[in-house]
Design a binder for this molecule. Structure first.
Ligand code: AHR
Length: 515
């Protein structure tokens, strides 16, 4: 009780004097599409200290590890219920040759990571190490094949190596390298960003190569991964790729990928800082991230035309914030601080993905550790959880939940200068535990929101969960203050039949409804 009072007190102190009153209706009698667990997928590329140092320290490191993977980070990822990990890139994937990453580590060739800082790539993390990682954290595996500088044969043999239960030479080689049974591979993608670092291709050329490659990606039926075509991006022509790839797509195609990064300024040369930004860049970041919905709608419209049976998903397999790198860090390592703004960005995107759950069946935030919008930052043997980590953790009940209709009435947009975003973002779903969960985001950095919550089809007299907020727009966790931004318990009870929730300024709230 004492703790609860402290929490309400804290919220009162954080709330600005200004309030906006809204009402939200959740209709539990109108279930929508299931939210696939893989909507909460993550991306781990051989980039900066994303894999080496941040997760992999090697078996002889003083940093406690299990077969080379650091224990602290693995524990935090397990707690996060990461459902899926995409590896090894990104741009790195189209220069990666899988045979260089198997067998005794000391004999693997050293290459140059030409995409990311020109550093040496030891190939210490290869296929077996990657599957050990996902098995340690309880996630599914998504492997991205090399189309750009690789070949159809290389991809088809990699698939055989990973999935064959036969006595073929490749399956025997896998056994010799320590793995008897086939690996469980959920997805395999043919190249990455084929329009850019993956080969500067035109959509027509890639579509032909994709169709040809897919024909040779063979595996025993019960072990065959879903095949993913590399699609467009919000940087350029985004629907042409979806259109060509979804017309008469080869058997086994489960998704077409799409990438959308959020830059505060929209300018790749001066993207904007991760901390110490003005309110103009708070709102521009939120407005730009919400553009995701237009891209989803446009691509889904194309899929609805070409694939009315809805066999193909739109997989947003890279998304997140991209800022100017931290001063003094290697520009090729994409290391950035992560603030409350990132948590709000993440939650706004989750709510959008839920709203389009029928087609958006997988997404991967870029990236998992130390790169771009990371869950975890490390410094030698230290580790901290970012506000984005906390947002992902709060939304765990939405993995595999069934979305419910949720509408906002009397919305009062948050406006600054010429920029405007909706005043409240809401999503509701019935989770696997049978409970209705409601998530809300108040994007306004100075005004609290008071929300009257109506629930149709079910008694709701209490809302119990967590709220994430802070005093400053750029509040973040540092190695000195690793707990500066952490979720606080939240509880509201109905009075005279009304359930009223108070959302502090710039906050993310996730509650379960109780009768
Ligand atoms: O996530 C960083 C890079 O962004 C990826 O390697 C690439 O696919 C995208 O351009």
């Amino acid at each position: 009780m004492k703790r609860f009072r402290r929490c309400i007190l804290a919220l009162g102190m954080l709330a600005a004097p200004a309030w906006a009153q809204l009402s939200v209706t959740v209709d539990t009698t109108r279930p929508g599409a299931a939210i696939h667990k893989d909507v909460y997928g993550q991306f781990a590329e051989h980039l900066g200290s994303g894999v080496y140092g941040g997760m992999w320290v090697g078996t002889s490191s003083k940093i406690p590890n299990v077969r080379g993977w650091r224990k602290d980070v693995m524990g935090a990822l397990r707690d996060l219920h990461v459902p899926l990990v995409r590896w090894p890139g990104g741009c790195f994937a189209d220069e990666y040759h899988w045979r260089e990453g198997i067998g005794p580590r000391e004999r693997r060739p050293v290459r140059v990571n030409t995409n990311w800082g020109g550093v040496e790539e030891s190939n210490a993390v290869g296929t077996h190490e990657f599957f050990d990682l996902v098995e340690q954290i309880g996630a599914d595996a998504y492997v991205n094949g090399n189309l750009g500088s690789g070949s159809v044969q290389e991809m088809s043999e990699w698939l055989e190596y990973m999935t064959s239960d036969s006595k073929s030479s490749l399956a025997q080689l896998r056994r010799k390298n320590g793995r008897d049974k086939p690996f469980k591979l959920a997805y395999f993608a043919v190249g990455n960003e084929a329009w850019g670092c993956g080969g500067q291709m035109r959509p027509e050329h890639y579509t032909n190569l994709y169709r040809n490659t897919a024909a040779f990606l063979k595996a025993p039926p019960h072990l065959k991964p879903g095949i993913i075509a590399s699609g467009g991006t919000s940087n350029g022509e985004d629907t042409k790729w979806t259109d060509l790839l979804s017309k008469d797509a080869p058997e086994g195609t489960v998704g077409i990928s799409f990438h959308h990064y959020t830059l505060p300024t929209g300018d790749w040369k001066r993207k904007g800082a991760a901390t110490g930004f003005p309110e103009e860049e708070w709102i521009s970041t939120l407005a730009r991230t919400l553009e995701m919905e237009n891209y989803i709608k446009r691509n889904v419209a194309v899929l609805d035309r070409n694939d009315p049976q809805k066999k193909i998903g739109l997989f947003v397999d890279e998304w997140g914030t991209w800022y100017d790198v931290e001063e003094g860090s290697n520009p090729g390592f994409l290391y950035q601080q992560n603030t409350l703004r990132d948590a709000v960005v993440a939650a706004l995107n989750f709510n959008l993905f839920h709203a389009h759950a029928e087609r958006v069946r997988m997404t991967n935030i870029a990236q998992m550790v130390n790169v771009l919008q990371a869950m975890i930052l490390t410094d030698k043997d230290r580790m901290l959880l970012t506000p984005t980590y906390h947002a992902f953790r709060m939304y765990v009940p939405f993995q595999g939940a069934v979305s419910l209709a949720a509408t906002v009435e009397r919305d009062q947009p948050y406006v600054l200068g010429a920029s405007s975003v909706p005043g409240l973002s809401v999503s509701a779903a019935r989770a696997r535990d049978g409970k209705v969960h409601v998530a809300m985001v108040n994007p306004h950095p100075r005004e609290a929101r008071q929300v009257d919550l109506q629930v149709i089809g079910q008694q709701a007299s209490r809302a119990v969960g967590q709220v994430l907020t802070a005093e400053a727009m750029d509040a973040h966790n540092s190695f000195r203050q690793p707990q500066a931004v952490t979720p606080q318990p939240y509880r509201a009870s109905a009075s005279e039949g009304k359930l009223r929730l108070t959302l502090p300024a710039k906050s993310v709230l996730v509650v379960a409804l109780e009768p």
